[in-house]
Design a binder for this molecule. Sequence first.
Ligand SMILES: Cc1ncc(COP(=O)(O)O)c(C=O)c1O
Length: 463
Amino acid sequence: MKKLLADALADDPRVEQAIQMILDALTDQQANLTNHRSPDPDLKAAYDQSIEQFGKMRGGKLYYPYLSSGFGNGALVELADGSAKYDFVTGIGAHPWGHAHPDMVRTGLHAALCDTVMQGNLQQSTHCTTLVRTLLDQACKSGATLEHCFLTTSGAMANENALKIIFQKKTPANRILAFEGCFMGRSITLAQITDKPAYRLGLPQTIAVDYVPYFDPRNPQASTDRALAVLKRHLARYPNQHAAMCFELVLGEGGYYPGDTGFFTTLMKELKTNDVPVMIDEVQTFGRTTRLFAFQHFGLDDYADVVTIGKLSQVCATLFTDQFTPKPGLISQTFTGATSSIFAAQKIIDTLTSDGFFGTDGRIMKLHDHFVNQLNAIGQRLPGSVQGPFGLGAMIAFTPFDGHIETVKNFIAALYEAGVIAFLAGANPARVRFLMPLGTVTTQDIDAVCSIIEATLAKTKRS
Ligand SMILES: Cc1ncc(COP(=O)(O)O)c(C=O)c1O
């Protein structure tokens, strides 16, 4: 068979030599970045000014004074003021291999040799076919029947596409069921479902949402009974008007509250009885539990009608069973992703599924246990400073002190100054959440981060 020119280019020994030279230069520089450090006084003033200008240009202050230099080493990121920090939030889970990981750089260099920067509607390459096949094979591994997968550029767009195919199938149903405290994204419609009034301030109401209370691990049976009763009430009040119920299997923005199998199946069975589809939003949970999909972790394969993924997957996607196949024209996009993100997605998913990350004793759960044990030990040494820890797999949170929103915000800001990037989750009480770069983080990184957490808690306690 005749060799394609693309393969001839990829196999040209000069390509591998060039990539190896670049990776050698990268590793040489990375040897100089092995710990967190303070800003360079010579760069600080210009840096602060550019942060301020950037905030003005984009029409809103940045949450952190964070502008990366474009360089890093695993969990460590170099900022443009010369400082280095442990990035334990990774863009809220978007950089699972951390910063400047050689595997990601190599993958990006291969992607740069492709003919186009972006892929989409009229410009798909064979790499998209392979990625979609991988996602579908993995999704159906333990019984789910998700036969289709549509790639897209953001978690919000994956959820929009999911809702569109669901509404088209269920027309004229016009209501959605969702959990209290859920987050689904910030399009006009998703902001109606996301249970946070501040995120929809001034927006027109486009969709009617009925909320169901979430699982409470302190009282599993009572919270399941309560949620079922509320669900039944909504279904009875608006018969045949619900197009779907949206499930977040671990409340992310809501505060890292995981549900449980009994809770989810109780609700999902009731939905099936009433012919209401189950939509699972895995934009934050994908790749972070004991299985690639969190619905597999919770054993919900039989119930998954439509599933969305994002963040860790680099390219976002909507997976759906055959009965949700949309009519032509309903979903289509100029861009479904950058070629580099499609290559990165393939590399990340292939590594996660072949390199011992999953399972109850896989790398993810080992990292989880190490981090949680360290946080528990801090809590014992500094009584009253750590509530929790909470979360699941590579999604970990704790409540500092009383969990008052201002206390937590101040603590996160102090932690940032001290060299660790974390993020807020939930409210009343609020929590600090961590999304470790699970593909690269080491137990030594976790130990270094925990000693900064402990010092910051001790300092906050004294002040
Ligand atoms: C559960 C969940 N769904 C959807 C989204 C929206 O994804 P994106 O910010 O990529 O649009 C997020 C983002 O935080 C999320 O956590």
